[in-house]
Design a protein. Sequence first.
Length: 391
Amino acid sequence: MSESLVRVGMVGIGTMGAAHARLFVNQEIPGARLAAVSDVNPTAMEEFTQAEQFPSGEAMIASGELDAVVVATPHYDHPGLAIAALEAGLHLVVEKPLAVSTLEAGRIIKAYEKRPRSEQVFAVMFNQRTNPRFVKLREMIRSGELGSIQRVSWIITDWFRTEAYFRSGGWRATWAGEGGGVLVNQCPHQLDLMQWLFGLPKKVRAFAQFGADHEIEVEDRVTAYLEYADRATGTFIAATGEFPGSNRLEVACDRGKVVIDESRESDKAFRFLRTKVEVSEHSRVTDRRFDGPEVEEIVVPIDGKGGQHKAILVNFIEAIRDGADLIGPGVEGMGGVELANAMLYSAWTDRTVELPVPELAYAEALAERAAVSRFRKKPVVAVKDDVSGSY
């Protein structure tokens, strides 16, 4: 790559797209500039007078004026725009989720595999991979410090959303407009982290409630049970109607237990309750019937949440210019989609689902729901923090 600035185009100027665009405008992403923006709503682009404005993402991609594209549109638009950008030889970042189904995610990945330029960079906005808590946990897992993992439990119910939130965009919380609820909109980061940290399970049994706490047609409560090939198990609980909610990840392992609890300010430290010896070894050799091994509590002080979206964009430009390894490679976007699809498909069919999810059957089941999606939102007056966007 030459020393000239990477020309970036932003498709979708909603909450997240506008935030990403401002990072480029404010010169917080070295080596790049915001060259173009596109949104179906012309007023959304008024802030970005320094960039060329296009009425559609397709027109922007075909303009020949860009080196890279960031897609931050509603979910169903991701595949078409992503494939167009890849086929045009452009570098690409896609907001989460990569797609609403593994069938569509697979189409994007196939387009990347057939890309016209081998040096094209393809990433997903997995900003939670920059959170130092999860970076540290992954290091401990991969180094063997935790030993074998027995159980993973994540309660992530601090996604509280009001009726005003769901009414703020016509596409929100509908099968036809969004393709799902809490699993597709709020939880893609946690689902990605589940597979990034622990791999994909072999089986999923999930239960979901649709419109339990809101006037919506998609899932706003989910409880899932996971089984892994190495006999580890997991639970994943998510909701948008609880308040104050919880955000607690527990990892039970042969060397004790890791707890990452961000529900309360006092719990934000990373805690490792480490056993002096392996639990399995202690169980084999002790002559005591109830006592476990001695435990020491290790508190790893971790401040902040890492570089988040800015770090992903900086890394993306560094990968284009200098060949840096991506934090969120685009092909890894499939894993979180697979988990979301498995949970919904299990809930729809009322049975345990083996991974990979039958992609055509899932896509057809989703299409059936979208075809009869008749939900009509009541009008709501926009408030200061109520801006339609990717989230």
